[in-house]
Design a protein around this ligand. Structure first.
Ligand code: GAF
Length: 390
């Protein structure tokens, strides 16, 4: 298999100036919590995007997506969202660099980029964030921008908002850039402070079951959830003006201000806020479990998170529910839940190593039988964040 550098040479006939690898992520707990100012617990994984880059002098960006066999060339001046989504992940961060850093250097002369990866797209493993972070990290090195990882994460998030149209939180970009081998990262999405936690899984493995479902609804419903949460906070502020975010809120206040409201829109807002407050509480307890090495207690909370995401937040789908239900009673599976934005993608499972093969085989057969679709199974290792390739 050719390296990303060799691919670049083949396409552009010169040696790339540098190459970067940026990983996808898992999230152990704290789902749909990043944009609600809570804590999340992601980790970078051994699936990644690689880019190789070189400078041009004619003011265009020449992009080659190797896995898709597509090439797009566009002028770097006056960048606008593009009809081809993968292009937006690249030009979105370029636009951020040009606009937000008032960059006066030779980036405006354009660049060549080759991109490839092994993160399944639409699986909820943040392939788009990995592309954005890989490109931004590469530009940062290439043009000596001196951006910190956190600045890059925030810029990649804005690129996703403005060019890809998803009003995502910070978790995916943050995790891709900041990941460390065998460590989960507790990120406070309000203060942006973070702490690394060693993931001592011992006799357990993290296994992802990919429904291979990608619902068209995912990005519009995601944006709707965000609006519903904002609406909930506004309604609570009518009674408690000092409450600014979910961090200031407790479940009694949610019940007092939002429950018993039969209007169907408000009933949804109540459900969303109840989930967020409960999940925030769960994350705090789960981190204590992790610190105490009590993975069984941690795993139980993952099941509760799934219940909340499915019934209250309503971002699951029948296939995800089926996969969680299928392992719930299995004594070798200590935790499972849907992961990421939802409406498809993967479940994350913590499974006893000795039972992984048998369980995966059984679940895949049942899934195929029920949905006439193959299940993809990924064994996941926790790896380093975005870095230069030798
Ligand atoms: C997606 C978003 F991009 C993240 O910011 C996060 O909100 C996640 O869904 C749900 O936790 O991956």
């Amino acid at each position: 298999m050719l390296t990303i550098r060799s691919h670049f040479f083949k396409h552009f006939n010169y040696t790339p100036m540098l190459a970067v690898q940026s990983p996808g992520r898992i999230n152990l707990i704290g789902e749909h919590i990043d944009y609600n100012h809570g804590f999340v617990l992601p980790a970078a994984i051994d699936k990644y995007i690689q880019v190789a880059v070189g400078k041009r002098s004619d003011g265009v960006i020449h992009m080659v997506a190797l896995d898709l066999g597509e090439t797009i060339v566009i002028p770097i001046e006056n960048l606008k969202p593009h009809p081809t989504q993968w292009v937006n992940y690249i030009i979105g961060v370029v636009d951020e660099v040009l606009e937000k850093t008032n960059y006066p250097g030779d980036l405006v002369q354009g660049f060549d980029i080759c991109i490839q990866g092994n993160i399944p797209s639409g699986a909820g493993l943040s392939s788009s964030a990995a592309v954005e972070c890989a490109v931004l990290f590469a530009l940062n090195e290439l043009y000596g921008l001196q951006l910190t990882k956190m600045e890059m994460a925030l810029m990649a998030q804005k690129a996703e908002h403005q060019f890809a149209g998803v009003k995502c939180g910070l978790m995916d970009m943050f995790a891709s850039l900041h990941g460390q081998k065998n460590k989960a990262i507790l990120l406070d999405c309000a203060s942006l402070a973070y702490t690394y936690y060693p993931l001592a899984l011992n006799e357990y493995s993290i296994i992802l079951f990919d429904t291979q479902i990608k619902h068209a609804l995912a990005s519009s419903e995601y944006n709707t959830r965000r609006l519903e949460c904002e609406a909930g906070i506004k309604m609570i502020q009518e009674k408690y003006p000092s409450i600014k975010t979910f961090r200031d809120l407790n479940i009694e206040q949610v019940e007092e201000c939002l429950a018993f409201n039969n209007n169907s829109i408000n009933a949804k807002i109540y459900q969303r806020c109840k989930y967020v407050v409960e999940e925030m509480e769960r994350v705090q307890l789960a981190v204590k479990d992790l610190a105490a090495g009590d993975m069984e207690a941690f795993g139980k909370k993952m099941f509760s998170t799934h219940e909340g995401l499915s019934k209250l937040y309503e971002v699951s789908c029948p296939e995800l529910d089926f996969l969680v239900e299928a392992v719930k009673q299995n004594e070798n599976v200590i935790g499972a839940r849907m992961m990421g934005g939802g409406f498809g993608g993967c479940t994350i499972n913590i499974i006893k190593k000795s039972a992984v093969d048998a369980i995966s085989k059984e679940i895949a057969a049942n899934y195929l039988n029920k949905y006439n679709k193959p299940l993809a199974v990924y064994r996941t290792n926790i790896e380093a964040g975005t870095h230069l390739l030798p």
